[in-house]
Design a protein around this ligand. Structure first.
Ligand code: SF4
Length: 234
């Protein structure tokens, strides 16, 4: 079966959810730390933990020099505080060691997406998704982080196969999405996954992608679809 057209997906979703526009959310180091804090928890928990961390220390050098216990104290609300504190400290010190004493990531701007991602992935606890978050959100590079929503919706839409791993999905989707559309695709697919193409009981009856979606038939018999059919046949 032919894959649905990416541009068509983006157009339909942007009509539904509005037009996302990229603006740097924070400097790359901030995004790296925020993304480590967001592992295994929701934004609702990780964002306050990030704010508490940056309020507790004057700069990233102070965080790198602090003990894991001191870092864990302000981020406790974000869950797995001890583990994340160690990861943050280790990543900051690895950056300092390889950047001649500087803790900064602005130099990544000069590298290609592939080079910058590989550089970030050398850091402890940084995988493809975390590296892609730094590159997309802080530097505006066309790197596509694949979270649970993007992975699920992409599979249902037939953009990737059931056998594609999350790791493979990063490259597969990045090859498909035009570089200038990566940010919109990322934001819109997450929005769609949260609101309509939910993990359990996707709301296919109200989905704007139903005509493009090979999974529509699989989930199409849900209550919303039945209600819609009943309403239109009255
Ligand atoms: S039709 Fe259903 S499975 Fe397909 S994208 Fe829409 S909500 Fe998801």
């Amino acid at each position: 079966m032919e894959k649905p057209d990416i541009n068509c997906i983006i157009t339909l979703l942007s009509r539904e959810y509005g037009e996302p526009s990229w603006q740097p959310d924070r400097e790359p180091l901030g995004t790296l730390v925020q993304t480590i804090l967001s592992q295994h928890t929701s934004d609702k928990n990780s964002h306050p933990a990030y704010r508490a961390l940056v309020s507790a220390f004057p700069d990233w050098y102070a965080v790198a020099d602090a003990s894991p216990w001191e870092i864990a104290a302000p981020i406790r609300g974000g869950g797995l505080a001890e583990i994340k504190a160690k990861r943050i400290k280790q990543a900051l010190n690895e950056i300092r060691a390889s950047r001649s004493g500087c803790i900064e990531l602005d130099f990544l701007n000069e590298l290609s997406v592939a080079e910058a991602r590989e550089w970030l992935k050398q850091l402890s606890g940084v995988g493809t998704k975390t590296a892609s978050c730094v590159l997309l959100f802080s530097l505006g590079k066309p790197a596509l982080p694949v979270d649970t929503h993007i992975y699920r919706v992409s599979k249902r839409l037939g953009l990737i196969s059931e056998r594609t791993s999350v790791e493979q999905a990063h490259q597969a989707l990045e090859n498909m999405v035009p570089p200038e559309e990566v940010y919109r695709f990322h934001v819109l697919l997450i929005e769609h996954g949260r609101k309509v193409c939910k993990a359990v009981r996707p709301r296919c009856g109200i989905c704007v992608l139903q005509k493009l979606c090979p999974a529509y038939g699989e989930y199409g018999n849900n209550q919303e679809t039945i209600a819609k059919i009943q309403e239109t046949s009255r």
